[in-house]
Design a protein around this ligand. Structure first.
Ligand code: NAD
Ligand code: MN
Length: 362
């Protein structure tokens, strides 16, 4: 049986706290699952503290050192004292783009017992997957400042978006393939192609072309401003939602807030072609406002560990972890962000207890 080699990058703030909890769950699975899930970890101390000491978020040969791992498990980056664009580009985006992890998968699901902001929250109304284009779009990094040489107070900045036909097509196709595996078989595409007439119109055209190959999949196309409202007003209309890098980033925070909190949102940065390791991380950031207090919600990180199990070929274990999260919240274990006073550690304890019940029964 293969031993999976995992690269662990806890990063900054609560990233360090929640990653530990995900590892506890993976440890439990490796000890108790009948399917022989084995793993070994190597820790990489990269992040803002590392930057302040070494002047870099990760080592120069960082991608080279990561490239042979089976997966990367990531906390979060960003801390006061280092500009956010430096920390984000120096580590998270460097890995996502360096390994061409072009599909960022972000499930948004109702959790029993978690107070939702919706009127009729349940698993029928809130059971989506956001598919975020993760390699180009608004985060292409193309642009510049003050290239016109104009003087003080007259600076000019340009931030360009990059949309390639191949980039649009691969992520849209991914969304259609994913929809085929789900109950309703519906893909909703979100753009702002009325205002952004080049890249987003190309996206729309590719969506129309690809959709013809999937006659069994229902489709819908929305502008992002209207979709922001629709998320709140008609969540039951949605199943798989595909959008560009920036738009899906914003919509996924809205989605997780509707489900209850940013702290419960999981994500996978996938290279579906499996040329490079994929990276699994909670959707939230380093949350400096609650870092070090032991109260961060570990559900997003544990859900991301579950997505990692799935990608490594342990779908049954992944399902069990998700079910155990639901059992724990249904039993009333809730961290502060979702209306309770359970600590980070106790939340994981409750999830492990639910997992233990399944394995004892089996
Ligand atoms: P954030 O996600 O860190 O926090 C937003 C709010 O949600 C805060 O009030 C925080 O306390 C709360 N929150 C987030 N996760 C939580 C959890 N697990 N449990 C309980 N509460 C939680 O976003 P921000 O404040 O905009 O950014 C803080 C830093 O994180 C910045 O440096 C930013 O650049 C960085 N960031 C990094 C990533 C990443 O590494 N993928 C993503 C987003 C933001
Ligand atoms: Mn985000």
């Amino acid at each position: 049986q293969k031993t999976h080699q995992l690269a662990i990058i806890p990063g900054d703030g609560i990233g360090k706290e929640v990653v530990q909890e995900g590892i506890r769950v993976l440890d439990f699975i490796s000890k108790h699952s009948p399917n022989n899930f084995n793993f070994e970890t190597d820790y990489f101390p990269w992040g803002c503290e590392y930057y302040l000491e070494h002047g870099r978020m990760m080592d120069e040969d960082g991608l080279e050192r990561l490239k042979n791992y089976d997966a990367i498990y990531f906390g979060a980056v960003g801390f006061p004292g280092v500009p956010d664009h430096v920390s984000l580009w120096g580590l998270r985006i460097a890995i996502c783009q360096g390994f061409d992890q072009w599909a960022n998968i972000r499930p948004v699901e109702f959790l029993p017992g978690v107070p939702s902001k919706l009127n009729h929250p349940d698993t029928d109304t809130l059971n989506w997957v956001l598919v975020r284009e993760n390699s180009e779009g608004e985060y292409s990094g193309i642009g510049g400042r003050n290239f016109t040489g104009r003087g003080p107070g007259k600076e000019v900045a340009v931030q360009s978006s990059l949309f390639t036909e191949e980039g649009c097509e691969r992520v849209i196709r991914y969304a259609f393939d994913l929809a085929r595996t789900r109950k309703r078989k519906k893909v909703t595409s979100v753009t702002k192609s009325n205002a952004q007439q080049y890249g987003m119109v190309l996206w729309d055209e590719v969506f129309a072309r690809v959709s013809k190959e999937y006659p069994d999949v229902e489709t819908d196309q929305w502008l992002v401003d209207a979709m922001a409202a629709n998320f709140v007003l008609h969540p039951e209309d949605l199943e798989v939602v595909v959008a560009s890098n920036l738009l899906a980033d914003i919509l996924s925070d809205l989605g997780s807030a509707l489900a209850g909190s940013l702290g419960i949102a999981a994500s996978a940065n996938l290279d579906p072609e499996r040329r490079y390791p994929s990276m699994f991380e909670s959707v939230h950031g380093s949350a400096p406002d609650i870092a070090g207090k032991g109260i961060a919600n570990p559900i997003g990180a544990i859900g991301s560990a579950s997505l990692m199990l799935e990608q490594l070929g342990y779908a049954e274990e992944a399902q069990l972890v998700n079910q155990s999260i639901r059992d724990a919240t249904a039993a009333g274990y809730l961290t502060a962000d979702i209306g309770g006073n359970t600590s980070t550690k106790e939340m994981t304890d409750a999830i492990l207890e639910a997992l233990a019940k399944v394995y004892v029964k089996a």
